[in-house]
Design a protein around this ligand. Structure first.
Ligand code: DAK
Length: 259
C-alpha cells in the first residue's frame, strides 16, 4: 500500500516503523495523515512477524499538532455532528502490540497527544513538548487534559495547558513524560534497540504487559491488581512461559514462538 502523508518500513522484519511525512508543515496532523497512520498501525498489528511498532517524525518535528489551517473554518456542527477531527484519532488505542514514540523536535498539541497515546516515549535531546491550544482559543481535544496529568501530575499539566509553554526533553524526562532522552543522532538507534528487545520476548507476554499497565489508568487499584493476576495466571497456559522458564533453568537463550 502506498501512502501520501507517512512512510513505512520494517526493521529486521520485526519492527514496523511509521514516519510522519509532512515536513514542510512540521508534520501537522491532517485527516488524511490520521487515516493513513491508523491503517499502517492496524496492518502492522495484524502482521504475525511484527512484534513492535515505532512512530517517528522529522528532526525538526515529531508533529506540531493538528492541522490548524484545516480546522480554522470548522463550525460546531462540523466537529460535533460530522465528527471531523475526532474520527480516526482513536485507532491507535485499539492497537494491541507495543508502540513506541521516537520524538525529536516539536511534539505540540495533537502531536504531544499522539506521542502520549503510544506506550512509551523516547525523546531526542532537541524534543519540545507542549499543549499550546490555549493560544488558539481551544483546549486539548485528543486526551491532553487527561493523559498529561496522569503522566506529569496536576501542577505541571495545568502549567502547560494554561500557559501554552513548551517543555524541553530534560524537563519532560524529569516529569515522567518520557522514558529516556538520547542524543538526536542516536534516537532511532536507541528506539530500534528497545523495539528489537521487545520483539525478542513472547509477543503474548508483551501484549499482556501492555494491556495490564494500561489498566492502571482505568478503575481502582484493586481492580487493576485483579486484572493483572488474571493475565499472569493465563500466561501459564502459553508455550512461551514454558520456554522462558526452561531456558532460564537450563542456562540457555529462550526461543519464543509467540504461542
Ligand atoms: N498546523 C498547520 N500548519 C502548521 C502547524 C499546525 N499545527 N504548525 C506549523 N505549521 C506550518 C506553519 O504554518 C509553516 O507553514 P508555512 O508558513 O511555511 O506554509 C510551517 O509549518 C513551518 O512553521 P513555522 O514557520 O511556524 O516554524 P517555526 O520554527 O517558526 O515555529 C512552531 C514552529 C511549532 C513553534 C510553530 O509552527 C507553531 O507554533 N505551530 C503551531 C503549534 C500549535 O499551536 N499546535 C496545536 C494545534 S491544535 C482532536 C485531535 C487533535 C486535536 C484536537 C482535537 N480530537 C480527536 C477531537 C489537536 C489540536 C491541535 O493540535
Amino acid at each position: 500500500m502506498s501512502y501520501e502523508f507517512i512512510t513505512i518500513h520494517t526493521e529486521a522484519d520485526k519492527v514496523g516503523v511509521i514516519t510522519l511525512n509532512r515536513p514542510k508543515q512540521l508534520n501537522a496532523l491532517n485527516a488524511g495523515l490520521m487515516v493513513e497512520l491508523g491503517q499502517a498501525l492496524k496492518d502492522f498489528d495484524a502482521n504475525e512477524a511484527i512484534g513492535c511498532m515505532v512512530i517517528t517524525g522529522s528532526e525538526k518535528a515529531f508533529a506540531a499538532g493538528a492541522d490548524i489551517g484545516a480546522m480554522a473554518t470548522y463550525s460546531f456542527a462540523d466537529v460535533y455532528k460530522n465528527d471531523y477531527i475526532t474520527r480516526d484519532w482513536e485507532t491507535i488505542r485499539s492497537i494491541r502490540k507495543p508502540v513506541i514514540a521516537a520524538v525529536s523536535g516539536f511534539a505540540l498539541g495533537g502531536g504531544c497527544e499522539l506521542a502520549m497515546m503510544c506506550d512509551f516515549i523516547i525523546a531526542a535531546d532537541n524534543a519540545k513538548f507542549g499543549q499550546p491550544e490555549i493560544k488558539l482559543g481551544i483546549i486539548p481535544g485528543a486526551g491532553g487534559t487527561q493523559r498529561l496529568p496522569r503522566a506529569v501530575g496536576k501542577s505541571k499539566a495545568m502549567d502547560l495547558a494554561l500557559t501554552g509553554r513548551m517543555m524541553d526533553a530534560t524537563e519532560a524526562e524529569r516529569a515522567g513524560l518520557v522514558s529516556r532522552v538520547v542524543p538526536l543522532d542516536k534516537l532511532m538507534e536507541e528506539t530500534l534497540g528497545a523495539a528489537l528487545m521487545i520483539c525478542g520476548y513472547s509477543q503474548i507476554a508483551a501484549m499482556a504487559a501492555k494491556e495490564s499497565v494500561n489498566r492502571a489508568f482505568e478503575g481502582t487499584l484493586a481492580d487493576g491488581v485483579m486484572f493483572e493476576r488474571r493475565l499472569f495466571h493465563a500466561l501459564f497456559a502459553t508455550a512461551d512461559q514454558k520456554e522462558g522458564m526452561d531456558a532460564f533453568v537450563n542456562k540457555r537463550p529462550a526461543d519464543f514462538k509467540h504461542q
